[in-house]
Design a binder for this molecule. Structure first.
Ligand code: NAD
Ligand code: IPM
Ligand code: MN
Length: 343
């Protein structure tokens, strides 16, 4: 059995961390992954005028999974062009509505909260909400200019992400934190709260808490051990998961899976972080987030043993103090340590 994987290394540190993740995945699951690399990136945009070809989505549809490094090089291509030309359309077209982002402290990592262990699974809505793309600008450049960015929350979209969150909570410690800003946003977030209450009736075994997004930010820093599964809208989930990365010790540790739970189209795996232009030429990008994302991909494809072996190797690596301090170890040193720990 082999799985066909579309690799999109993208920009900046997306390239070295993708290479590292694939080396580790190939070693953990020899012969399982048959990879095709696509050079879609800001560089590709500058050469062709497109982030991906017109039939890019159709091309990707034939794969079992997509692995992406990072997209964006704002000095050359505006983010509004690069992200709307590649990453965001893939999430939408393939209905990868559940973005799963685990946050826990790896052994040996001196995160800001080292004394408190925690294990949070953030479930981010990934196809609508604040990222609907609906809106516009009028009277551009005049004193009367107005910009509108409309959030769209559908019953189908909110219900399915909430149910996904409840299911995950059931498999873990039975606690679900639903995140809104329903004290200020009286339509979308009140709707989200109502649906949470309704769906909770189907999951009497799950303990539900409601947090405003500002309050849960403070809780993630001060008492992360009190949280289990956290479910949030697209934008709130985006912000909470960089915070989650920070309490893990840095962006280099946070993994993510963009899942289509019905499996009607490929899912996509990528670290939470971006292309990190500030360190892209230094050779010190931490590949652990990408390696962890590759483990999530193997798990999704049914290779749970290989995924577990990768995570054990990552933990053995950080436990030795390798890759634990941002910028301290070179990418290839961390990768070599994980590869060695796989033996
Ligand atoms: P970023 O995540 O690229 O970087 C934020 C900070 O974290 C930087 O200081 C960076 O050096 C550090 N960092 C990130 N990953 C790291 C790693 N693996 N090891 C060590 N340090 C790491 O966020 P940004 O600077 O806001 O964005 C840069 C570009 O990436 C932008 O174009 C942005 O839109 C894009 N972006 C893309 C994705 C994606 O493709 N999924 C995600 C986030 C940002
Ligand atoms: C992420 C990123 C993207 C997002 C950006 C680059 C559009 O920050 O995957 O977390 O906001 O979803
Ligand atoms: Mn983000």
């Amino acid at each position: 059995m082999t799985y066909r994987i579309a690799l999109i290394p993208g920009d900046g540190i997306g390239l070295p961390v993708t290479e590292a993740a694939l080396q580790v995945a190939q070693k953990a699951a020899p012969g399982l992954l048959d990879c095709v690399t696509f050079p879609w990136s800001c560089e590709h945009y500058l050469q062709t005028g497109r982030m991906m070809p017109e039939d890019g989505i159709d091309t990707l549809r034939g794969f079992d999974a997509i692995f992406l490094g990072a997209v964006g090089w704002p000095a050359k291509v505006p983010d509004s062009v690069s992200l709307h030309g590649l990453l965001l359309p893939i999430r939408k077209a393939f209905v990868q509505y559940a973005n799963i982002r685990p946050h826990r402290l790896l052994p040996g990592v001196e995160g800001p909260l080292r004394k408190q262990g925690f294990d949070i699974l953030c479930i981010r809505e990934n196809t609508e909400g604040e990222y609907s793309g609906a809106g516009g600008r009028v009277h551009v450049g005049t004193p009367d200019e107005v910009a509108v960015e409309t959030s769209i929350f559908t019953r189908v979209g909110v219900e399915r992400i909430l149910r996904f969150g409840f299911e995950q909570a059931r498999k873990r410690r039975g606690k679900l934190a639903s995140v809104t800003k329903s004290n200020a946003q009286k339509y979308s977030m009140v709707f989200w709260d109502e649906l949470t209450h309704q769906i909770a009736a189907d999951y009497p075994d799950v303990e539900v808490s409601h947090y405003h997004v500002d309050a849960i930010c403070a809780r993630m820093v001060m008492a992360p051990e009190t949280l289990d599964v956290v479910v949030a809208s697209n934008l709130f989930g985006d912000i909470l998961t960089d915070l989650g990365a920070a309490i893990q010790g840095g962006l280099g540790f946070a993994a993510s899976a963009n899942i289509n739970p019905t499996r009607s189209a490929p899912s996509m795996f990528e670290p939470v972080h971006g292309s990190a232009p500030d360190i892209a030429h230094l050779g010190v990008a931490n590949p652990i987030a990408a390696i962890w994302s590759a483990a999530m991909m193997l798990d999704h494809l049914g290779a749970a043993d290989a995924a577990a072996r990768i995570m054990a190797a990552v933990e053995a690596t950080t436990a030795q103090g390798i890759g634990t301090v941002p910028g301290q170890d070179r990418t290839e040193v961390i990768t070599a340590a994980v590869l060695a720990a796989l033996d």
